[in-house]
Design a protein around this ligand. Structure first.
Ligand code: ZN
Length: 147
């Protein structure tokens, strides 16, 4: 668990400063907007879906290091996967950061570094914002707030 905590700090610093897939997609098929009023995090998520395949995913916005790092890690983890896989990972991720159930940490791979967030209830919404925004984008709901 200490190992995960160190990894988490490294991840948040690294991805918070140098977010991956922080860009605009010219012709997205799905778009979602998320806002976390508790912290002021805003994210616009763009996806290119081809049937069930996630061909591309990128985000823009402004938020704290945790929300940025979470969005960055999410795009890295999900590009090239199917929407079905993404939804399964979303469930596991939400369980993990809320400290509920027994999430499958192996299936979550790199996302498991965010397990430490469950110790900080105030930051859970920062870590889940990108994922809630993904749900909104997939369901065609453009805007979502964590409240
Ligand atoms: Zn935040």
């Amino acid at each position: 668990m200490n190992e995960l905590r160190e990894l988490y700090q490294e991840y948040v610093l690294d991805h918070g400063k140098n977010p991956r897939n922080f860009r605009a997609i010219e012709h997205p098929t799905h778009v979602g907007e998320g806002y976390n009023p508790l912290c002021g995090d805003r994210i616009t998520l763009q996806l290119v879906l081809d049937g069930d395949d996630i061909r591309d995913m990128a985000f823009q916005g402004a938020g704290c290091a945790i929300s940025t790092a979470s969005a960055s890690t999410m795009t890295e983890a999900l590009i090239g996967r199917s929407v079905t896989e993404a939804r399964a990972m979303l469930e596991e991720f939400l369980q993990m950061v809320k400290g509920e159930g027994e999430p499958d940490l192996d299936a979550l791979d790199k996302l498991a570094v965010f397990s430490g967030v469950s110790e900080f209830p105030m930051r859970v919404k920062c870590a889940t914002l990108a994922w809630h925004t993904l749900t909104a984008a997939l369901e065609g709901r453009e805007a979502v707030t964590t409240e």
